[in-house]
Structure formats: structure tokens, C-alpha cells
Design a protein. Structure first.
Length: 187
């Protein structure tokens, strides 16, 4: 295998290279871009911005899913795995007609109604929600009056801002995964 990668892994890397190139996210090829030198800076800044936005949306989606799991565990118990539950019409209806219609903060408030969540976790989820709203509803969130692309006072597009965000989201993810794994719900 030479470099320690399986054929499948090599194929995925080729696909990633193609996807990043197609989406103009291949910053490592900036020298080959047919743009004047001064136009490359905004391209690189946009690529960084797009990467950070994507990470925020992924974290938002993951935490939304974890809250949904907490809600399902409350209403359906933890004796069955989520895979088993998906086989029932009752669970499917609950998911499609109730859970899918709740947004992140509604799910958070519902979970808080039946379970204690530490204040720092709640605060981080609320900050995530505000940040995600700013970044998904405006191409230039810095121009918004209400929501700014800031996390705990730090510009999210700086290394300091994204590092702080990543650390906090790791703590939030670990909190929910431990709770759900402890009940056997996530199998």
C-alpha cells in the first residue's frame, strides 16, 4: 500500500481534491490561479470564510441532532436504539411531524424542561445559534445590525475566534455524547 492508504482512501482523496478545486476551495493551488496577485487575497479570505461557515453549520446540525436524541430518549425511553425506533411508525411520525419542525432553541428549551443542562453548555448553544443565524442569513454578516460574526467577543474569522469556538463546541458535543452513550441510546 506504499503510503499507508487503502485504495478507497486514495479514491476519496482524489474526490476531495476534485471537489475542493471545483468549489474554488483549493487554496493550496493559489499560485496557479490566473488572477493578478492583488486579487488573490480576497479569494483566500473568501475560502477561509467559507470553511469557517461550513464548520459552524456542521456544529449547529450536530448539536441539533443531539438535542433531538435527548428528546426522543425522553419520549421513547432508552431501552431501544435509535435504529430500532426508526422501524416504528410512531417514531417516524414523531420525527417527521414534531421533531423536524422544532428549531435548535426550541429543542434546547424542551430538553431543559425535563433535564438539567449546565449553564455554560446552554450559553454556548445560544451563542452558536446566534452565530449560525448571522452567517447563514447574510453574505456579509459584519454589516448586520443585530447579529455579528462574533463568538464570545472574538471575530469568528480570526484564529482566536475559531479556536475558542472549536474548543467550546467540543465540550458541548462531549457533554451530549456522554449522556446519550451512558443511556445506551446511541448504539
Amino acid at each position: 500500500m506504499g503510503n499507508g492508504l487503502t485504495p478507497k482512501q486514495k479514491r476519496i482523496i482524489k474526490e476531495l481534491d476534485y471537489i475542493y478545486s471545483m468549489l474554488r476551495m483549493d487554496y493550496w493551488n493559489i499560485k496557479e490561479y490566473k488572477f493578478p496577485k492583488e486579487e488573490k487575497t480576497p479569494i483566500l479570505e473568501f475560502q477561509k470564510n467559507q470553511t469557517i461557515r461550513g464548520e459552524i453549520v456542521v456544529q449547529y446540525t450536530f448539536i441539533d441532532e443531539m438535542l433531538g436524541c435527548e428528546i426522543c430518549k425522553y419520549f421513547f425511553g432508552s431501552s431501544k436504539s435509535s435504529i430500532q425506533l426508526w422501524k416504528t411508525k410512531k417514531f417516524q411520525n414523531f420525527n417527521y411531524h414534531i421533531l423536524e419542525n422544532l428549531y435548535l432553541l426550541q429543542k434546547l428549551r424542551l430538553v431543559q424542561a425535563f433535564s438539567r443542562i449546565p449553564k455554560n453548555i446552554v450559553d454556548d448553544i445560544e451563542r452558536l445559534n446566534a452565530l449560525r443565524n448571522a452567517l447563514t442569513h447574510a453574505l456579509f454578516p459584519e454589516n448586520l445590525r443585530r447579529y455579528k460574526p462574533v463568538y464570545k467577543g472574538k471575530d469568528i474569522f480570526t484564529l482566536e475566534g475559531i479556536e475558542l469556538f472549536a474548543e467550546d463546541m467540543q465540550r458541548v458535543r462531549v457533554f451530549f455524547v456522554k449522556r446519550l452513550m451512558g443511556t445506551g441510546y446511541l448504539r
